[in-house]
Design a protein around this ligand. Structure first.
Ligand code: HEC
Ligand code: HEC
Length: 314
């Protein structure tokens, strides 16, 4: 990068000179045009402006008077302004301008100023216990607004995950855990749940295992298929546990409860086993920062499913 040049959007210098050239030629062209118009038609002392041949709208006539001075000065001023502007700010190809101003820089400065003011208001909440923040009405209101802005597209405006494939955040069933520290880790670091596809080799086996899964949860199922699926569930037990209760903390879902990400019918479970699943929760640390994540953690924790202690690591 050459000093004084912005990070180029142009792949080659040709376009830089091409674009800058057009700009400079245009400005010079306007100067030439204006000079030509303002010098040629000076009236000699005693000379009167002659009327041009044509008339519009019946009686609208045109005289070839010189351009009014105030108008000309206005025009010269605009040209001067554009030259000063192009020297100071980016506008000529990839020349960055003497002031080094960038829209990205202006955005960052403005954002950090707003963040700074926000963080000042937030400071007391940052050092408070999550359970205390959750009990504070102001914090709750701010948390709800943040939630609606950043989280509701996926988890639903009531946080019940009504968009399919997104977990309900209000119940006590957690993929990773419902204690303050784990919720905070989910939000700041993001989560990725990956279930391998077609481990059993064919759809018939997947259907048998699906029925076995239903039987583990005490739900209606086909007993013969479930019996055939029992041995095959060994392939699943490493993650979901012998009893299908999953492993909270590792994000392996409990298959015996009623909290389904992808649906709990025989067909939906068979589809999960055949196709695999990959649920992704984006990381918010860089985007939101500590203060907002603190408020969001308290808000989610306070929705009804919050737990006091971390789930035991298995
Ligand atoms: C792009 C969609 C998306 C957005 C936006 C999103 N999430 Fe998630 N979130 C998910 C998915 C998907 C999962 C489940 C990940 C998995 O399957 O392992 C998840 C998981 C979680 C979990 C863990 C739940 C558990 O059971 O342990 C929490 C807590 C959470 N999200 C909170 C939030 C908060 C708070 C926000 C807003 C800052 C948010 N999410 C924004 C998609 C999203
Ligand atoms: C390597 C670990 C792993 C193995 C082995 C595994 N799973 Fe999974 N399973 C997961 C993960 C992780 C998820 C959650 C995916 C997500 O968060 O998007 C999941 C999700 C599921 C779901 C969806 C749960 C819901 O809430 O909708 C079902 C059903 C399921 N697994 C059944 C099985 C069966 C049956 C087997 C054996 C054939 C199996 N799994 C093997 C890791 C595993």
């Amino acid at each position: 990068m050459i000093a004084g040049y912005a990070v180029p959007d142009f792949v080659s210098d040709f376009w830089h000179f091409y674009v800058a050239g057009i700009t400079i030629v245009s400005v010079l062209g306007i100067i030439w045009f204006l000079k030509a118009q303002s010098t040629q038609r000076k009236l000699a002392p005693g000379e009167k402006a002659e009327m041009l041949e044509h008339a519009w709208d019946g009686d609208l006539q045109e005289f070839n008077n010189p351009l009014p001075r105030w108008w000309l000065f206005g025009f010269w001023f605009l040209i001067l302004f554009s030259v000063v502007y192009l020297v100071l700010f980016p506008g000529l190809g990839k020349f960055a301008g003497m002031l080094g101003w960038t829209s990205a820089g202006a955005y960052t400065a403005e954002k950090s100023q707003i963040d700074g003011e926000f963080n000042k208001v937030m400071e007391p909440f940052l050092t408070m216990d999550i359970t205390a923040v959750a009990a504070d009405p102001t914090a709750k209101e701010m948390g709800q607004r943040l939630y609606l802005t950043y989280c509701s597209q996926c988890h639903g405006s009531n946080a019940q995950g009504d968009g399919k494939n997104f977990p309900n955040l209000t119940d006590g069933q957690w993929l990773f855990g419902g204690d303050p520290a784990t919720i905070k880790a989910s939000i700041s670091g993001g989560r990725l749940g990956e279930m391998p596809a077609n481990m059993l080799g064919d759809e018939a086996s997947a259907k048998e295992v699906a029925n076995y899964v239903l039987s583990l949860g005490g739900k209606p199922h086909d007993a013969a298929l479930a019996a055939a699926g029992q041995a095959k569930f060994a392939a699943c037990a490493g993650c979901h546990g012998e009893n299908g209760k999953g492993m909270v903390a590792a994000g392996f879902p409990d298959l015996t409860d009623d909290a389904w990400l992808y649906g709990g019918s025989e067909a939906a479970i068979t589809e999960t086993v055949m196709k695999g699943r990959k649920g992704g929760m984006p990381a918010f640390q860089d985007m939101l920062g500590d203060a907002k994540i603190q408020l969001l953690t308290a808000y989610v924790w306070g929705l009804g499913g919050g737990q006091q202690a971390a789930a035991p690591q298995q």
